[in-house]
Design a binder for this molecule. Structure first.
Ligand code: FDA
Length: 305
């Protein structure tokens, strides 16, 4: 247990390393990252989405981008999001888009970030598509919700993510009644001042907010690989006769693939989060932090390189 917590902290620490992140962009997908990242180009990503669609899975594409530090990088990132929407439309694949606000310049200039989001949402609207704002670490939580609030005045094709590990999540879900939400456990290293330190408390709170959003008849995406939570969701929707059109399950590309397929076969909407791009390093480190067993698989990849 202590070793597992130390490994988790270590990989979350690595995920925040700017120099490693920059260097990794030049390496190409390494150390087994291709298990979790669908490719470096839009073409590769779209071809993976086609394969997943053919298996009955819907997708959300994410052009990976972390540590954006200049206006130019933020605008380029927004352009990439728009290119991704264009590619989805042109290929006729079943996918929406996920993105992070820091990628669009949230830490540089909120007005520019808002403008970048508007450009993206305008294009998504033209295509009848939907954009999900991922939730980042706690220091960006309120700003993300403020931005969502502003954007929802103009666009209804945008939603966000609420993290069950945060004490505030229950009241955020209440305030976001009617807004399409992805509910997750939470992936960042947070202080016990703002987040439940114990997994059991996170899981209990996760169940509470899933039920809360489903019962308020708001579109709910339950994004987890945890079978207990999936079973819990199935029981709630059955008991309260919530139609399958009001919720979906989501999982990450490359994780619990068989479970993804079996949920789709059971008739549930199953969406796979498909990240792509050369900025794979921090995303990959967070996935390793979630499951130390993955580290063995990476070490194996390093020695066989
Ligand atoms: P938990 O960590 O308890 O895992 C349950 C089981 O799933 C494990 O026992 C294992 O079998 C399997 N599993 C989990 N992670 C694995 C991994 N990396 N490799 C292999 N197996 C694994 N977070 C966030 O803070 N902001 C966000 O915007 C998002 N967005 C998002 C989208 C989608 C589609 C998903 C599925 C997840 C996110 N997350 C996220 C991440 C989320 O917060 C959480 O860190 C992970 O989903 C892991 O938690 P689980 O709910 O899967 O449960």
């Amino acid at each position: 247990m202590i070793l597992e917590a130390a490994i988790k902290r270590f990989f979350l620490f690595l995920s925040q390393n700017y120099s490693m992140n920059r260097a990794a962009k030049k390496w190409g997908l390494r150390y087994g990252a291709s298990r979790f990242v669908a490719g470096e180009t839009i073409r590769e990503a779209i071809s993976k989405v086609k394969e997943l669609n053919a298996q009955g899975l819907t997708c959300t594409l994410d052009h990976l981008g972390e540590f954006v530090r200049s206006r130019r990088e933020a605008i380029e990132s927004a352009d990439y999001c728009i290119k991704t929407l264009d590619a989805i439309h042109q290929a006729g694949v079943d996918s929406n888009l996920s993105l992070k606000l820091t990628q669009l310049g949230l830490d540089i200039d909120t007005v520019m970030c808002h403008e970048n989001m508007r450009r993206i949402l305008e294009r998504a609207k033209q295509y009848g598509n939907f954009v999900r704002i991922d939730m980042e670490d706690y220091s960006h939580c309120q700003q993300t919700l403020n931005m969502l609030h502003e954007l929802r005045k103009e666009y209804d094709n945008v939603g966000t993510v609420i993290q069950a590990y945060l004490y505030r999540s229950e009241s955020d879900v209440k305030a976001l009644r009617g807004v399409p939400l992805r509910l997750v456990k939470g992936a960042y290293k947070e202080s016990s001042k703002v987040a439940y330190p114990d997994k059991k408390d996170v899981d209990d709170n996760y169940k509470r907010i899933i039920k809360q959003h489903l019962l308020s008849r708001s579109y709910t995406a339950v994004a987890t690989h945890d079978e207990h939570i999936i079973d819990y969701t199935k029981r709630v929707v059955l008991k309260h006769r919530i139609p399958h059109t009001h919720f979906e399950f989501q999982m990450l590309y490359g994780i619990r693939t068989q479970l993804q397929l079996s949920l789709a076969r059971e008739g549930y909407k199953m969406r796979v989060y498909v990240p792509y791009g050369n900025d794979w390093y921090a995303y990959f480190m967070r996935r390793l932090a979630e499951r130390p067993a993955n580290v063995a698989f990476v070490l194996k990849g390093m020695v066989t390189k």
